[in-house]
Design a protein around this ligand. Structure first.
Ligand code: SF4
Ligand code: SF4
Length: 416
């Protein structure tokens, strides 16, 4: 029997000229617009335990990853870094560039920016307050302006369905490259309206972007830890531009995802690392399914970026309208239990149909943790163990490496 509907969320069509979508939200899926949040906790953690980029806080496993990647992945990732460098450099100084004209007094430019962003290819565009609670400690002095333009670029559908694969990594990193370039173009447009625009590069994140997207009504947080956006679910690559432009902020929306994920659980059940957890916890003021980083990371590194939790999500595969219509009609999760949605191949381990999971063993989860300092110390300890004790050469090499880190300004303290 069909379920009663609480409300219908209407969104524009994905591409220009495409029909609008109407997403029915069943009564038993209703929670709150956006995410359940305790603002006092968000504020406390932001102040006392500020967020930091994984490039710093998790630098040890970033370095270690390069020793694990296949030659093909290494080659591709090196090329990606080269392609990204000028985009990151341009974004870093974008907030200092002055507007090219005086703004028209009193003119709200929200829809002008939204239209332009959609024209250049962003599939989801929203506006919200730039909430600095989610800014990384190392970027707090850099980040400017009070409004955030939230921009999601869709990752290729077919390549995504091949997850985990090098092909899917082309889509993943390639989309970030395109998004970084499009954002720089859009920032020029904002300046041509008379305002500043600071590009927060998708390749050098300034903070956690998902809460901003949820606040802007562009989706809700899935149990896979990703934004589930209306058209392409978690197949979205995110960035923000902050601005002092006169804009109107969007409102968060209840798409029914908070409850739907409790029923679905496909990503939780299919994660080869058992890194996703069934039950929600309060974490830094958010009520969420908290991913276990130390289980996810080594599997990502070893198996072409993994991403199975993205691939098996029905909202990614079928779109939110189809998923929610099916739920209203049947009370069931579209595609759940089918190999089409849930099956995946893991290099060297074989194919795993719905209901089957690979055995990962313990060894894969033994990897370096923490900052670059921690990684250096880890390597030094291993050398001591293999040499049967300290040698002068080891000690001198270690001291030189530490000195180089200090000179780079990258020596950091781990708060974990
Ligand atoms: S990326 Fe892979 S290992 Fe990590 S949470 Fe997703 S499915 Fe699990
Ligand atoms: S797979 Fe299911 S539980 Fe996981 S994020 Fe998608 S909708 Fe939510």
């Amino acid at each position: 029997m069909a379920k009663p509907i609480s409300h219908v969320v209407n969104r524009h069509g994905l591409k220009s000229g495409a029909p609008d979508v109407a997403i029915p939200v069943a009564e038993d899926l209703v929670t709150v617009p956006g995410s359940p949040t305790r603002e006092r906790d968000v504020s406390f953690y932001s102040r006392e335990y500020p967020l930091e980029t994984q490039n710093i806080e998790k630098a040890a496993d970033r370095e270690w990853g390069w020793t694990i990647y296949t030659p093909e992945v290494t080659e591709y990732r090196r090329g990606h870094d080269v392609a990204n460098k000028p985009l990151i450099d341009a974004a870093a100084i974008s907030g200092d560039i002055p507007p090219t004209v005086e703004p028209e007094a009193g003119l709200d430019v929200t829809e002008m920016i939204r239209t332009r962003a959609e024209e250049v290819g962003f599939g989801e565009v929203g506006f919200t307050k730039y909430d600095r609670h989610y800014t990384f400690e190392s970027k707090k002095k850099w980040a400017r302006f009070s409004s955030a333009i939230c921009l999601a670029l869709e990752q290729d559908f077919d390549q995504t369905q091949s997850i985990p694969s090098l092909e899917a990594e082309f889509a993943h990193f390639g989309t970030y490259e395109v998004a970084g370039a499009l954002a720089l173009d859009l920032s020029e447009y904002v300046r041509s309206l008379g305002y500043h625009a600071q590009v927060h590069s998708p390749n050098d994140n300034s903070g956690i972007y998902i809460p901003l997207f949820v606040a802007a009504g562009l989706g809700q947080l899935g149990a896979n830890g990703q934004l589930l956006s209306p058209h392409f679910g978690s197949r979205a690559r995110l960035l923000v531009i902050t601005t002092d432009a006169l804009v109107t902020h969007d409102e968060p929306i209840d798409y029914g995802i908070n409850k739907f994920c409790d029923t679905c659980q496909v990503c939780v059940d299919r994660c080869p690392a058992r890194a996703l957890v069934k039950d929600r916890v309060w974490w830094r003021g958010a009520h969420k399914n908290k991913l276990i980083y130390d289980r996810c990371r080594p599997v990502m590194v070893t198996y072409d970026g993994c991403g199975i939790c993205m691939k098996v999500c029905p909202v990614q595969k079928f779109g939110m309208q189809s998923v929610m219509e099916h739920y209203v009609e049947t009370g069931e999760v579209l595609g759940k239990g089918t190999d089409d949605l849930e099956g995946y191949e893991l290099s060297g381990k074989g194919y795993f149909a719905s209901g089957e999971l690979p055995h990962m063993g313990n060894k894969i989860f033994d990897f370096p943790h923490g900052t670059k300092d921690d990684w250096l110390f880890h390597q030094f300890k291993e050398k001591l163990a293999s040499n049967g004790g300290p040698t002068t050469e080891d000690a001198v090499e270690f001291a030189e490496q530490v000195a180089a880190l200090v000179a780079e300004g990258e020596s950091t303290r781990s708060d974990e």
